[in-house]
Design a protein around this ligand. Structure first.
Ligand code: DX5
Ligand code: ZN
Length: 215
């Protein structure tokens, strides 16, 4: 599939209601929600107050990306706050399995994520235990970074492994995605593309979403 998940991190928070309205009316399939704790990543974004606004006003599934240590402490609250999917970083935890189970027990879709310096093979034991894997194509922490080209090799490798095992696990790419690489990423096997600056810093964000989808 070819889904676009605009990252609310790049929205204008002074006009959050309008930004959500724009997403509701746009062709975006999901809304990506970047949560940072200032410990796992060197930046702090937002947490439950913004999540609650999204829960009330957003009409698209909320794809929550936790860039935090101890995700097990918070996954249930994010589920209660309306998450459709919850992802956390494999490298942030000792054992992802009990946390995946906590998420699944809340009826929420699961996602495991890795930063660019983590070998893609580390995801393989979990491919049949998650709904989605997210390959970071920049180091988690900030919007507006430059896409790391070696992501393509990881994307092709994980896509091939998913096919080989006849799994239906989705692959999401996050960071530095825009008009210059979206079609190539879909062609290389991505199902979902996260886009922050490419959407919210565009003159016409709804049009930018559309063009990312059908290039
Ligand atoms: C980075 C976040 C990304 C980021 C994407 O830590 O996980 O979702 O907001 O922003 P762009 O598209 O600007 O790279
Ligand atoms: Zn993200």
């Amino acid at each position: 599939m070819r889904y676009i998940a605009p990252s609310i991190l790049s929205a204008d928070f002074a006009r959050l209601g309008e930004e959500i309205d724009m997403l509701n009316r746009s062709e975006a399939e999901w809304i990506h929600v970047d949560v940072m704790d200032g410990v796992f990543v060197p930046n702090i974004s937002f947490g439950f107050p913004i999540m609650e606004v999204l829960q009330r006003y957003a009409r698209k599934p909320l794809d929550v990306h936790l860039m935090i240590t101890h995700p097990e402490k918070y996954v249930e609250r994010f589920a209660d706050a309306g998450a459709f999917s919850i992802g956390f970083h494999l490298e942030a935890v000792d054992d992802p399995l009990p946390i995946l189970e906590m998420i699944r027990a809340k009826g929420v879709r699961t996602c495991l994520t890795i930063n660019p310096d983590i070998a893609v093979e580390r995801l393989y034991p979990y491919l049949d235990k998650v709904d989605m894997v997210l390959l970071m194509s920049v180091f988690a922490g900030f919007g507006g970074q430059r896409f790391i080209e070696s992501t393509y090799a990881k994307l092709r490798a994980v896509r091939a492994e998913i096919e080989r095992r006849h799994l239906s696990t989705l692959v999401e790419i996050d960071g530095g995605v825009g008009a210059s690489n979206a079609s190539e990423l879909f062609a290389a096997g991505a199902d979902v593309l996260v886009a922050g600056s490419a959407v919210f810093h565009a003159a016409d964000p709804a049009e930018a979403i559309k063009s990312l989808k059908c290039q």
